[in-house]
Design a protein. Structure first.
Length: 168
């Protein structure tokens, strides 16, 4: 990827651009989709959309995967009762989606599952339909969580992490 064009895209896009790509109504629909999904399983989902990276991150050569790893920690996605939190991270400037699952769920999936899912979702994102891509991610991951951690009503299912989309 051309370094200069990448820098320009990142410095051009910010949180306001994230909000334009995902309207207030779109963010609300995604939050509701997370809540509906979490009602069916014992897992936790977090969505984060970032417009572009700042100069220090670009200077260090930070990529979407590194940002997702940092946010996984900062948003405490790892801190769930069943170690089954999932972060869905979208970096608009690179049109990249990264999906990180905590160790409890990661151990129950095929090694290439997350990469394959992210690649399928990136097709939707490259078409510019960010809400549809994120909704599809919520749905697919929700099905997986329901398969491995179903909420049958016998086990208390607290909402351990906020459902709101983090916009950076």
């Amino acid at each position: 990827m051309n370094t200069l064009s990448r820098w320009m895209r990142h410095l051009w896009l910010d949180a306001a651009d994230s909000r334009r790509c995902l309207t207030r109504a779109g963010l609300q629909r995604l939050e509701e989709a997370v809540a509906r999904s979490e009602a069916r399983h014992l897992g936790e989902l977090r969505l984060c959309v970032e417009g572009g990276l700042g100069v220090p991150d670009l200077w260090r050569g930070l990529e979407a995967r590194g940002c997702a790893v940092q946010l996984f920690s900062q948003l405490r996605v790892w801190d769930t009762a069943y170690n089954n939190g999932v972060l869905i991270y979208l970096l608009l400037a690179d049109r990249r989606i990264e999906i990180l699952a905590d160790r409890g769920l990661h151990a129950r999936t095929a090694p290439d599952f997350w990469t394959t899912l992210a690649n399928r979702l990136s097709d939707t994102l490259h078409q510019g339909d960010f809400e549809a891509g994120l909704s599809l991610a919520i749905e697919e991951i929700g099905l997986l969580l329901h398969q491995h951690y179903p909420s049958d009503g016998r086990v208390h299912n607290p909402d351990e992490l906020p459902n709101a989309v983090v916009v950076l």
